[in-house]
Each structure stands twice: as C-alpha cells, then as structure tokens.
Design a protein around this ligand. Structure first.
Ligand SMILES: Cc1cc2nc3c(=O)[nH]c(=O)nc-3n(C[C@H](O)[C@H](O)[C@H](O)COP(=O)(O)O)c2cc1C
Length: 364
C-alpha cells in the first residue's frame, strides 16, 4: 500500500474541468442529489391571527452588499464553462434582472486557465444591469490560481462581488479532487485587500460553525454563505462520477455536516457579537425550497437566502410545452408568493419583523 489508499488526483486541465461541469449538469438535472438535513426544523414562525395590515403592504425588499433588491433571494452560483452552462446562465441572468435579485456564476477557474471559456460566463451582454457575483474555489490558490488572476476576472466581467467557495467534502470525494486546503484563510485575507468589490465566502453543503464563521469574518469578508446540509449534496453528486469506492464514500457522506438552519442560528450569534460596523451579512443556502422556509431563515438572522437546485431544474427541466424562461419565472413567483404569505400570516410586514415571530419547537 504505497499511499494508504489515498487516490492521487489527475491534473485538472480545462478540458477535464469542462467534462466535469457537463457531468454536474446532467447528474443534477435528473438524479436524486439531495441530503436530508432540512426535513425537520427546530423552529417555527408564530401565526398571527390579527395581522392588522393589508397583505398588499408586505414589503420583501432587502439591501444586500450595498444594493437594494426586491426579494431576499439570491440565485446561487452554479454553472458556466460549457455551452449548456452558458445558456443556463443567460436564462438565470435575465430572470435575475427582471425580478431584481442577485445572481452568482459557477466556478470560473476554467476561464482563468483558458480565456476562450470567458464568453460562457459573460451574461452582461444579455442582462447588462444584473448584480453579478463571481466564483472561485478557495483551494484553487494552492493549484496555480493567484489573487492577480481573480482581480482580472472581476475586472473583465465587471463583477459586483466575488464568492470564494469552500468545498472540502466535494474535493475529498471527487475523483480528480484538489485536496490541499492549507493556508487558505491567509489567501482569502489577501484577496479581500486586493479586490475593489465585496468578497463572499461560501460553503457548498456541509454548513458553517460559529467558530469558522468568526475566523472568516475577521479577514474582512463582506458576507458568509453558510451552505448547510439539507439541499444539494456534492458528496452524492461526486459519488456518481467515480469507481465503486467513490460511490460508497459518496453515499456515506451524503448527509454530512450541519443543517442550513443550525448554521444560520450559530452564525447569526457571531454577527451580533461583531456589531454592525462594518456591515457583515449572512446568506442561508442549502435546501431552501420555498418562501416559508426562507422566512424562517430570515427570522433566524439570515440577510439573504440562496436557491440553487429549484431554479436550476426549472431551467433545465421545464414542464412539457413551457419554455425555460417561463418555467423559471413560475418558480421564482412561487418563492415570492410563499414568502409573502408566510410574512403576512406571521404578522411581519417587513423582513426585520420576522425575528420577533420566531419560536423554538418543544419536542416531547
Ligand atoms: C448544477 C450545480 C452546479 C454548482 N456549481 C457550483 C460552483 O461552481 N461553485 C459553487 O460555489 N457552488 C456551486 N453549486 C452549489 C450551489 O451554489 C449551492 O451552494 C448548492 O446547490 C446548495 O443549494 P441548493 O440546495 O438550493 O441547491 C452548484 C450547484 C448546482 C445545482
């Protein structure tokens, strides 16, 4: 046993990265890729039998990273780097612009390594005013990507913010995963100093403890996305892309981590301890499947709720006879209406009022 069974990843060329992105699109479109961390909730919103205002007066506006949005939903970073990814990004960007919500791009490492992939992320030509958040894996700093590369990437695509993702579990299971996570906090700190736009640090499905959240905010990042378990599971996805051992590991770690709810509860305490200056914000992503669940996350202290798989599937698998654009519109409308309904029926006219309606369930 030369290396105690540790697989040695292949070098991640742009061609390999593009093939992986296509695998992700196909697996996420059709297969069961979710974990179960969000099924039960420890909290609920107290109903208000006498809201004493009109449902028409519910105000879902949210200020995030300095811009005012109409809804507290963020189309979380998903794809790019393959032609199907480009089409998906364009549909998402048009909807983000129409609904006045922010949108993230998928990992842009591929375009940093080879500029010909840039057009697959360049959604400004279809949605010039969309609030666009770039994306790069923190681990890429240990595999040939520099802070200068990211400064250039933000500049050429005129990005409004840049997300740095943390995906230890995904890289651990992924056949070609990059697994040297040493020294990443230092790189994040340097990036925050270099970039002219806010930096968001995001987990992608294992959740965030209070202690890690505090260390990340100390570097000066503007927002943390807790990326909790309960939604898309990268362990389940990568498990489908390798040999029998990879498949076993992928299923074993499918539900690994702490839920989005627990992460938001822990991390909002950290934000309270920091106080308000400079502004630091929290994003709840992972298993948000409707506006009622989003209302609960906002009551717990999230500033925004990230939505991935539901919007992705609305685009790639629209109902028969419905266009991708209409299907996505319907899905966003469902999120908006279910949030408004939860707010109205909990007696919260504005989002900051939701916190007062939060109750912890008493389990027998
Ligand atoms: C098809 C697909 C591709 C994704 N690619 C990326 C990525 O490149 N970078 C990233 O930070 N997150 C990526 N994500 C993760 C999402 O941003 C999000 O954290 C995750 O899907 C959890 O949210 P959900 O449960 O609503 O899907 C991807 C998700 C999907 C569904």
């Amino acid at each position: 046993m030369e290396n105690l069974g540790r697989s040695v990843p292949l070098e991640d060329t742009p061609e390999r990265a593009a093939a992986r992105k296509q695998d992700h699109i196909e697996i996420c479109a059709r297969q069961d890729v979710e974990s179960d961390g969000m099924r039960a909730s420890s909290f609920y919103l107290a109903p208000e039998a006498l809201p004493e205002f009109s449902a028409a007066d519910v105000d879902t506006n949210r200020t995030f990273l300095g811009r005012k949005f109409s809804l507290p939903f963020l189309i979380t970073g998903m794809t790019g780097g393959v032609s199907e990814g480009q089409r998906i990004n364009e549909v998402l960007a048009l909807a983000a612009e129409r609904w006045n919500i922010p949108m993230g791009l998928g990992s842009q490492k591929i375009m940093i390594k080879n500029d010909s992939y840039r057009r697959m992320f360049d959604v400004r030509k279809v949605a010039p005013s969309v609030f666009l958040i770039g994306n790069i894996g923190a681990v890429s700093f240990n595999y040939g990507i520099s802070e200068d590369d990211i400064v250039r990437m933000v500049d050429v695509l005129r990005l409004d913010a840049c997300a740095v993702h943390l995906n230890a579990l995904q890289e651990a299971i992924q056949p070609e995963g990059e697994r040297d996570f040493s020294g990443l906090l230092h790189h994040i700190e340097k990036l925050v100093r270099r970039l002219p736009v806010p930096v968001v640090v995001k987990e992608v499905g294992s959740g965030m403890t209070a202690e890690t959240c505090r260390r990340i905010f100390e570097t000066g990042v503007a927002a943390v996305d807790v990326g909790g378990s309960g939604g898309t599971s990268w362990s389940a996805i990568e498990g489908r892309r390798g040999d029998a051992l990879t498949a076993r590991l992928g299923e074993l770690f499918r539900n690994w981590g702490i839920s989005t709810e627990q992460s938001v509860a822990e991390c909002s305490e950290v934000l309270r301890a920091f106080g308000d200056v400079p502004a630091r914000q929290l994003i709840a992503t992972g298993g948000i499947r409707d506006g009622a669940r989003a209302a609960l996350m906002l009551a717990l202290g999230a500033d925004m709720c990230g939505v991935g798989l539901p919007f992705f599937r609305a685009v790639v698998r629209p109902p028969q006879g419905v266009s991708a654009e209409e299907s996505l519109d319907e899905e966003i409308k469902f999120f908006a209406r279910s949030l408004e309904t939860a707010m109205f029926c909990a007696g919260a006219r504005r989002i900051p009022e939701l916190g007062r309606r939060l109750r912890r369930r008493a389990f027998a």
